[in-house]
Design a binder for this molecule. Sequence first.
Ligand code: BG6
Length: 474
Amino acid sequence: MKTYYFPNTFLWGAATSAYQVEGAAEEDGKKKSQQDVINAGRRFSDASVTSDFYHHYKEDVALMKEMGMKSYRFSIAWSRVFPDGDGDLNEKGIEFYDNVIDELLKNGIEPIVTLYHYDMPLALVEKYDGWIDRQSVADFERYARFVIDRYKDKVKIWTTINEQSIIVQFWTQKNLIPEKYLSDHQIRYQINHHLNLAHCLAVKAVHELVPGGIAGAAIGYNPIYPLTSDPKDCLAALNAQEFQNQFYLDVYFKGFYTKSVLIYMQDHGFAPKVEPGDVQIFRENISDFLALNYYSSECVKWPEEGAVFQESGVNWSGKKGEMDSHEIQEDFYEKILNPNADRTDWDWTIDPWGMEYLLRDIYTRYNKPLMITENGIGYHDILEADGTVHDDYRIKYLHDHILAMARAMHYGVEVLSYNPWSFEDLLSTSNGYEKRYGFVYINRTDNDLKDLKRIKKDSFYWYQRVIRDNCISE
Ligand code: BG6
């Protein structure tokens, strides 16, 4: 049995996002974000209370400390700080983050702050359709600069945009898109262009304002495998890899759009409009690291002749679902479920080998430090009558993924942190409270708020030992 030890500086932790845990969606001056509207229209709980971190943060930070966390990755809600997106500061809103950050630091937990996690202020959606309009870049920059400046002495690690690739792939769920644009894929990639500019301007602000600060995006990243060794399937995998992954990373680390993807987009009429000076903004603001959200891998094959398939009707883990219904014509690659991988109850593939594969692959190509800012298994957890939650499936999932990360580190990959999803149960973006991720169980369901009691799952105690021993064994 082999044991892998981690560096003493390794930032063990866990992650959440603002609208998925905070609740208090319209309290103390906060106004709605687009997620409040998107979630209100779904078949599970809305985002008004979620796990009520807003009122429980001290209790939750105490649990983080008890578990041994060295870092906590969370996001700031733009609409709590600037309720109208571009208007006045909400003093009470920013005070909440002052308090959370101070509480973390007091408990020896390093804050890893994400500036944007799907929650565009609703006011800006109503004003100019959110990320569709280029004005969103300037408004985001103002918000980001304010927050970065306020915490420049307390927060050193900044992630900019959460899962840009997912925002683009599932653009009608992660954004409120007016009916008239629903089948306009040029708009989809224009949103992406604006997100790239927003990301770069936030990196710039960190470099200018934060002594010793580092910045990077948190990308949703699925390694992509060819179904067979047929050269056409391998080429399809390369196409998918460039289209879904490299297209984002090349901007973050090289300052340009991947040529093959841009040509594909031009051929199909949905390339973004790039203004003079934009590429210079990309080139001058290269990321310091890449934060990875890893859950699943994907499998592709060469598309059938004339195939039209619903890229966005298949969720990003490969599950055909109710997620989106707007077609994009693809003759580049065709996604299929990987026949060689286990799956969760929601058909997300469970692939720890994919963790080692992606870490080594990305590190070799870009040679920048990596962080894991999400990784975890959604499950129908059961609260037993004696108040325990036996989540051995989560322990196995996390063990196998940490081991894969350790193997990648053994082969030289620089990984700074591990922040699995999620510290506590939260509002899953696709399945509400039916699907749980946390080390800490929140006593509520989609239909019943109950007492919101915090209950430590078996995985809490297991992860506590991993952090304490700072190692993982085969
Ligand atoms: C990531 C997001 O895509 O996946 C999180 O950054 C999300 O916000 C997580 O919660 C799990 O997905 P889901 O759909 O189960 O919430």
